[in-house]
Design a protein around this ligand. Structure first.
Ligand code: ATP
Ligand code: MG
Length: 583
């Protein structure tokens, strides 16, 4: 696939990508130089919120639009960098007045409204720890995280408080204050009105000494493979957020950027708050949930230039027949990125054909705090590949050998994806689980738990999560390969593939298929799909069984939960369901 057109478009818009020559950028990269692009605080201090807003508010971008918040009711709230600096200063002063200290946890359980962003940035300005929760969690997952995370303060709305927290408040002894963002009067001595406190607080605030290694964020993982883990991040993560905003998202201050993830997931903070603000762009936030028509309208009306979304959303858009560019002007868009799950090659090609741009896949985890492997604006995409490591990141394919971890240097050989520790946004702990943290680092490598391979040109290809790999007749099969092959069939909307224990061949490849509208689930189609997959994958790897289902079980962050497909198939206990979408 040639991407000369994108380069021409970029030239026409006179936007020179930050990263043009990959090898040269890698050779020249140093984290010290990235740090020098930020301002820092006296005595080698570094505060993520200072760099994200205050730095701009006292510079050339003071009146530049930082946040455009689109309400569910179609209201629009615009905030400049100065507004963001002031609002977050007020929130920091609220925390100070309540006696909330450095390192103490401030949780947010809110819709995507401006107060959420003041809470995040203001908490960091107070050098307390910001812990976002997805507002659609039920009471049990909320309680579990507040309790495991030692919440001192919770910022929420009255409805969310009454529905999800009030009944369990007695069981949260460390939770001292609940700040309610949409009431004018306090509910009781501890459930206080946030607007009242904000109005009573000054919008001037001096950030106390912050060390780059001070704890800044606590993020729970998606729970795709089991009980969500609490990953701890520090202020120094700002360097990765800033650098990936440049190298990967290719942000320039004139950009209108939209990240569709909720800050309850790490993508929604690293890229829904920090990377865009650190790079001084206008960040679009939509309060509403996924709606294809609404999303195309936002891209069109807001003139979004750089868009960061996820495979699950792209697959939903792909199901809709027709061409959105007939009703919508998407010509402002110059880059589309995706993260969260493997992006089927079919989706990259669909982007080029239907949206006029290919989709740039990138890989990272809650633990890595930022993008680690990516497809870059000016570099050819290989559809189905996650791309190449970020400049400054050493990634390798490794295996556990007789003498510990061994690097696999031959191309196209599967192994575990590992990273050399030491990048700025690397997690510093799994909360309350030191043993698990220690086990993630072996012989000088961080082991990701994902399997991948690297081709001769240095592109990385995702194979599957170690837990999801299927061992069939002596072959190791990654579900992604099988899912991508079936996705090429015109009737298929979505697929999840698992290994089902089989006495003869170890595990049998079984596919759960969601069909597109207008394609009835018949035995004929089942046989056709098996034949279709066999032609592409060969009989050893193609599914032997196909089941048609209405929808796939997914995490609330949109990831297919193959472990649930498997436990349901085998009638086993389902395990932690706190992040399941349709519970
Ligand atoms: P848990 O660790 O609780 O089971 P999780 O791993 O899904 O949940 P996240 O940290 O949100 O939690 O997701 C990171 C994982 O998502 C990666 O380890 C990988 O398996 C998958 N992933 C993310 N981006 C990509 C991508 N571009 N291609 C393939 N897989 C991806
Ligand atoms: Mg994980």
């Amino acid at each position: 696939m040639s991407f000369d057109t994108i380069r021409k478009d970029l030239q026409a818009q006179r936007i020179v990508p930050h990263l043009v020559d990959y090898e040269q950028t890698c050779a020249k990269h140093s984290w010290k130089a990235v740090q020098a692009s930020l301002q820092g605080l006296p005595e080698d201090g570094l505060n993520l919120a200072y760099e994200a807003v205050d730095r701009h508010a006292s510079g050339a971008l003071a009146n530049h639009l930082a946040l455009r918040c689109l309400g569910k009711d179609d209201s629009v709230r615009d905030l400049t960098y100065t507004d963001m600096a002031r609002g977050s200063a007020r929130f920091a002063n609220v925390l100070r007045s309540l006696g909330v200290k450095k390192g103490e946890r401030v949780f947010a359980l809110m819709n995507r409204v401006p107060e959420l962003y003041f809470t995040a940035l203001g908490t960091l300005k107070n050098v307390s720890v910001f812990c976002p929760l997805f507002s659609q969690f039920g009471p049990e997952p909320v309680w579990q995280r507040l309790s495991r995370g030692d919440a001192k303060v919770l910022v929420t709305s009255q409805a969310l408080y009454e529905k999800k927290v009030a009944a369990l408040r007695e069981q949260l002894p460390s939770l001292q204050y609940i700040l309610i963002a949409d009431v004018t009067d306090d509910l009781d001595a501890c459930a206080l009105s946030l607007p009242r406190l904000m109005t009573a607080s000054s919008d001037k605030h001096t950030i106390p000494q912050t060390c780059p290694e001070d704890m800044a964020l606590l993020h729970f993982t998606s729970g795709t493979t089991g009980m969500p883990k609490g990953a701890v991040h520090v202020h120094q993560a700002a360097l990765t957020h800033f650098a990936t905003g440049r190298y990967v998202l290719d942000l320039h201050p004139e950009d209108i950027f939209w990240c569709t993830a909720d800050p309850g997931w790490v993508t929604g903070t690293s890229y829904g708050i920090f990377a865009p603000l650190l790079n001084g762009v206008t960040n679009v936030v939509d309060e509403a949930d996924f709606d294809a028509e609404r999303w195309y309208r936002i891209l069109d009306e807001q003139k979004v230039t750089v868009w960061y979304t996820a495979p699950t959303a792209i697959r939903r858009l792909m199901r809709i027949p027709g061409n959105p560019r007939v009703q919508h002007d998407l010509s402002a868009l110059r880059l589309i990125h995706s993260v969260g799950e493997p992006l089927n090659p079919e989706a990259v090609v669909w982007g080029q054909r239907v949206l006029g741009l290919p989709i740039h896949d990138n890989w990272w985890q809650t633990e890595t705090g930022g993008i680690m492997i990516a497809n870059y604006a000016a570099i050819d995409i290989r559809p189905g590949s996650m791309g190449k490591p970020l400049p400054g990141i050493e990634a390798a394919i490794v295996k556990r050998g007789e003498h510990g971890i061994e690097e696999i240097t031959q191309p196209d050989v599967e192994g575990e994806l590992a990273l050399k520790p030491g990048w700025p946004s690397m997690f510093r702990a799994y909360l309350h689980d030191e043993a698990r943290y220690a086990k993630s680092f072996v012989d000088g490598w961080y082991l990701s738990g994902d399997l991948a391979k690297r081709d001769a040109d240095g592109y990385f290809w995702f194979v599957g999560r170690a837990d999801d790999i299927i061992k069939t007749s002596g072959h190791m099969v990654g579900p992604f390969e099988v899912e991508s092959a079936l996705m090429e069939h015109a009737a298929v909307a979505e697929v999840g593939v698992i290994g089902k224990p089989d006495p003869l061949i170890g595990e049998m490849v079984k596919a759960f298929v969601v069909l597109k509208l207008g394609h009835p689930a018949t035995d004929e189609l089942r046989l056709e799909l098996i034949g279709f997959a066999r032609k592409r994958l060969g009989p050893a790897v193609a599914p032997k069984e196909i089941a048609f289902i209405e929808s796939l079980p997914k995490t609330r962050s949109g990831k297919i939960m193959r472990r649930l497909l498997k436990t349901r198939e085998l009638g086993l206990p389902e395990g932690d369901l706190s992040t399941l979408e349709n519970d």
